[in-house]
Design a binder for this molecule. Structure first.
Ligand code: S3P
Length: 184
């Protein structure tokens, strides 16, 4: 049984890489935000508007505990998921967790290109966005670094980069599992 959870800041590439990884491994793909939107029949910004961030975090945790039981899946978490409650410990217990580690400039570039609506950064000027990423990443990194594995992500412009990241993730997970399989 395989279960992989990708974590990392908004714009790190969790959904893009997660989809490609699932496809490559023949696993089903789940994006936690999309799962929440399906289950609640509401978009994430609407949930934030109606219940505030705290309400969203409760829902996010409950939905994590649902998808965290699914088997043979790749799951992309939300950028904040590992940073609330005991979510990161739960994820490490349930899955091979992979931190997509991207520096501020990469996150900024991806978020400027992205089309998703993200309530936490809605309406920010480019300067404000960069400052916000820098500050909140500094607070979140301690949680992200608790993941079992980490891969570095650069600005993604080409399909070949996505495949290279997929290969990289597959390799680090396989190497670790081999080590755990050793008799001594
Ligand atoms: C959030 C990230 C979003 C989404 C919500 C909050 C965060 O997911 O869960 O807007 O706290 O970083 P993505 O990382 O997929 O954008």
């Amino acid at each position: 049984m395989q279960r992989i959870i990708l974590i990392g800041y908004m714009g790190a590439g969790k959904t893009t890489i997660g989809k490609a990884l699932a496809h490559d491994l023949g696993l089903e793909f789940f994006d936690l935000d999309w799962y929440i939107e399906d289950r609640f029949r509401k978009k994430i910004p609407q949930i934030f508007a109606e219940r505030g961030e705290n309400g969203f975090r409760e829902i996010e945790r409950n939905m994590l505990y649902e998808v965290g039981e699914f088997e043979n899946v790749v799951i992309s978490s939300g950028g904040g998921t590992p940073c609330f409650f005991d979510n990161i410990d739960y994820m490490n217990k349930q899955a091979d967790t992979v931190y997509l580690n991207a520096p501020v400039d990469v996150l900024y570039a991806h978020l400027m290109m992205g089309k998703s609506q993200r309530p936490l950064i809605e309406g920010k000027t480019p300067e404000e966005l960069k400052a916000y990423i820098k500050d909140s990443l500094a607070g979140r990194e301690q949680f992200y670094r608790k993941a079992r594995y980490m891969v570095d992500v650069e600005v993604i412009k080409y399909k070949s980069q996505i495949q290279a990241l997929v290969d990289n993730i597959k390799e680090i997970i396989a190497t670790k599992n081999q080590k755990e399989d050793l008799l001594t």
